[in-house]
Design a protein around this ligand. Structure first.
Ligand SMILES: C[S@@+](CC[C@H](N)C(=O)[O-])C[C@H]1O[C@@H](n2cnc3c(N)ncnc32)[C@H](O)[C@@H]1O
Length: 309
């Protein structure tokens, strides 16, 4: 069930025939909606080979091009394929229901499966990380990416229970370490699973680089809409739009505000949008979703370290 799809379509304000990037194709919910309102071409990116393999049959439309790649690479991929600056870009950050619902992918703590959690199905698995990393490193990941207040306690319990190969075992270790009563509102394993997944897939770095790639891929007047699922991600998008639209970055005693010599690359930054009560009732997973959107100006993209002078 795509989250905030009507709101994303509103924010993208597609005109008939426009070219749009769906940076997180997933099960194709956004892409289907983009095509339904008359997009001329959709380039659907996903780093998960399963999403790409199943995409064509989920959305059998000749206007769709599927690309198995991370959205942080979209500017390069679009340029390589000779696709000019695009009219709109959507990013729907996080895991798909497809990934969560398949126990063998190892994302869910509600069903037992191998501790995998790799979106692009390459690189080290969650089991390899947890069985090798030292306690301090595991605690850091839980604290930074899960905002877990009991990170040390959980990390200690994980190290003591190694090897851990199954999601069910990891969930049980976390629940035992921090105490869990049946029927408690939220499962304490949620934060640990989220943290490990974000770390393993470098999700925050991907989001930061994806926003920069979007800035480099949009035409002047092009729209960018980003849906996030928790505060760590939302903060990154909020800061990016604030900084790129010329808003004053929040300074501090340690980090004084410096004048920004760059022209704003985004404007018309919209207020954040949350799901309606109606959407929440039908799709509890959308609880913490938040949409932010803005329009690209004609200013050149910000320079990156590797750029030629
Ligand atoms: C929340 S789902 C998207 C659901 C989609 N909007 C829909 O309506 O079906 C997120 C998808 O983005 C993919 N993904 C996550 N990070 C990515 C990245 N950095 N690059 C490309 N795809 C990514 C995941 O594999 C997953 O399939």
């Amino acid at each position: 069930m795509p989250v905030l799809v009507d709101e994303v379509i509103d924010a993208l304000a597609l005109q008939p025939g426009e070219t749009v990037v769906d940076g997180t194709f997933g099960a194709g919910g956004y892409t289907r909606a983009m095509l339904a309102v008359g997009a001329g071409r959709v380039i659907g990116f996903d780093r998960d080979p399963d999403a790409i393999a199943e995409g064509r049959s989920l959305v059998p439309d000749p206007r769709l091009t599927l690309v198995e790649e991370r959205f942080s690479q979209m500017d390069r991929v679009l340029a390589d394929r000779g696709i000019g600056p695009v009219d709109a870009i959507a990013l729907d950050i996080g895991v798909s229901s497809m990934q969560l619902d398949r126990a063998e992918r190892g994302f869910a703590f509600s069903a037992d499966g191998p501790l995998d959690m790799r979106m692009d199905q390459s690189g080290p698995t969650a089991a390899e990380f947890l069985n090798k990393a030292d306690e301090a490193e595991i605690a850091r990941v839980l604290r930074e990416y899960g905002e877990e207040p009991r990170a040390r306690t959980i990390a200690r319990a994980i190290v003591a229970a190694r090897p851990i190969e199954r999601t069910g075992k990891l969930a049980a270790i976390v629940r035992r370490a921090v105490g869990y009563r049946q029927g408690q509102k939220s499962d304490p394993a949620t934060r640990t699973f989220q943290a490990i997944r974000i770390h393993l897939n470098s999700e925050l770095e991907e989001l930061e680089q994806g926003l920069v790639a979007a800035e480099r891929s949009l035409r002047p007047g092009g729209r960018l809409a980003v849906v996030t699922f928790h505060s760590l991600e939302d903060r990154i998008v909020k800061r990016f739009f604030r900084e790129r639209s010329g808003g004053t970055p929040a300074g501090s005693r340690h980090r004084p505000v410096l004048a920004d010599p760059n022209e704003p690359t985004f404007e018309k930054v919209a207020r954040p949008v949350s799901p309606t009560e109606r959407e929440l009732a039908g799709n509890p997973r959308s609880r913490s979703a938040r949409l932010r959107s803005a329009t690209r100006t004609s200013a050149p993209p910000r320079k990156l370290k590797g750029d030629r002078k």
